[in-house]
Design a binder for this molecule. Sequence first.
Ligand code: AMP
Length: 302
Amino acid sequence: MSAPRVIRTVAEMRRAVADFRKAAVDSGSVGFVPTMGYLHEGHASLLRRAREENGLVVLSVFVNPLQFGPGEDFERYPRDEKRDLEVAAACGADIAFMPSAAEMYPNPPLARVTVGEITGKLCGRSRPGHFDGVATVVAKLFNIVQPDRAYFGLKDAQQVAVVAQMARDLNIPVEIVPCPTVREPDGLALSSRNVYLNGEERAQATILYRTLERAREWIAAGADADRLRDRMKQSIAESPLADTDYAEVVTWPGLGDPPAGRPLRDLGEPLLVALAVRFGKTRLIDNMIFTPEEVAATCSGK
Ligand code: AMP
């Protein structure tokens, strides 16, 4: 497939979408995949889905300084523009929007987007200000690209919930399309940050996936929220290099706290089981969403 058109300014990006809409007759929808680059098969799955469902596919690559806290990995976040463009071409993206930080933030932004209590838990608790940074840049990107659909990975489930809430509350006319997590054959969720792991850490990082699979069994066996959290922490501690940041269960998509003492399988609501684990300086996250039907199937041994 041909290389995407690379656009670096907000003005040119707006013009490209306006020109497309003027010319489009059928399938005139715009699909958008925002990323921080260093693209892998998880990003590619979002791009391919966007390609199937839209007339114009816009990828953005922008490492957003606003969503990194002090001491986090903004400076060393991996970057490879040439390879990103190859992946984008292979997935049929039409436009790669790759603005500089100065283009996106000519001045430190005074107006920011804050999304209330669902940002105060899970990653939002460990990374104060992170989701304000995400919501602000995604709102800016939505205003620049004006997509009909935007594709987000459930690997970052809380981000999906936050962005969907923001779009609803601010009446942004975009459909948020959640997409499944893509994993390595041994279960590790693909992440640009996996390149930070040394050999031993990489081998032990499968503990996230294995713990989530165990969580499914523990829920089916009748665990309540506290019991599940404890068992997940014990499970992660089996890997000597792993340091648990959080091991949580909340309702999905509301991110509410399950009532204490009640077996989770009796709640009749989808559950988000989410983990954040450090290996040295690298913080990995993963999660699974269990529907009541799936828990029932696990109970009956299917
Ligand atoms: P990032 O570049 O890490 O900010 O991610 C950009 C988009 O790709 C987000 O919507 C992520 O949720 C999504 N993504 C990242 N890793 C995966 C994965 N392993 N599977 C599916 N989507 C992913």
